[in-house]
Design a protein around this ligand. Structure first.
Ligand code: SF4
Length: 235
């Protein structure tokens, strides 16, 4: 069957199976504790992993704990996280987030989200400064094993090229659209997310997708369209 004629539900599950086969299935294990995940995700905006980690550990070493970070003079906190981009914006955002959590919960911890229904937890997290849909869904899936699909730039691009979502579907909208097409099982959603992310970083790159090496090319709309015009135009 032509790649473009496959029903989208079928194509989504096929994509999931093919990437499971190519990258092998992963266990869903907590990478780091929830507060670490939350603050690190804020630090990671437009920053590589090494610089984000350096900022995180420098900050905690300098101020001791979350109370210390919350009460630190703004300039000193910005200096501690200076390996990240926009430390001057991130420092007040982190302090405000810590204050809100403390005011609402009486302590600086978000472990209570474990017991909260997924929609309510999403609402709670996205009401924090600097926490968008992507950060909230990563946290809820990775740390609390909630059935939700984080969509980053790679997941979004690969899904669009293969034809799982339309050209006009934004990353925020794609969270919802793709979730409708997948099993509501945290382990499946985790594997789908990580595999699409890896695929986007290694094969389906933004500038020059390696379509001839791609395990999805038989079902990919982009490959189908480009091949009709000559594959060397995108290789
Ligand atoms: S065939 Fe090309 S465009 Fe399609 S998913 Fe693979 S690398 Fe991306």
């Amino acid at each position: 069957m032509d790649a473009k004629e496959l029903p989208v539900e079928e194509k989504t599950l096929l994509t999931h199976d093919m990437l499971n086969e190519a990258y092998k299935r992963l266990e869903l294990k907590n990478r780091r504790d929830p507060m670490h995940e939350l603050i690190s995700t804020m630090l990671s905006h437009r920053t590589n992993h090494k610089d984000e980690e350096k900022a995180y550990y420098t900050m905690l070493e300098r101020f001791g704990d979350w109370e210390g970070v919350m009460q630190a003079p703004f300039e000193e906190l910005a200096d501690a996280i200076a390996t990240t981009r926009y430390p001057g914006q991130k420092a007040p955002q982190i302090q405000e987030t810590l204050k809100i959590i403390k005011d609402k919960r009486g302590e600086i911890s978000i472990d209570f989200l474990e017991e909260m229904p997924v929609e309510e937890a999403m609402e709670w997290l996205t009401s924090l400064p600097g926490v968008g849909l992507k950060t909230a869904s990563l946290l809820l899936l990775f740390n609390f094993k909630k059935p939700i699909l984080p969509v980053d730039t790679h997941v979004h691009r690969v899904s669009q090229r293969v034809g799982l979502i339309g050209a006009k579907v934004t990353p925020n909208k794609a969270h919802e659209v793709l979730l409708q097409l997948l099993p509501k099982d945290p382990v499946e959603l985790y594997n789908f997310h990580i595999h699409l992310l890896w695929h986007g970083q290694r094969i389906c790159t933004w500038r020059s997708p390696k379509c001839e090496k791609c395990v999805l090319n038989s079902i990919c709309n982009y490959y189908h369209d480009v091949r009709e015009e000559g594959i060397d135009k995108v290789a």
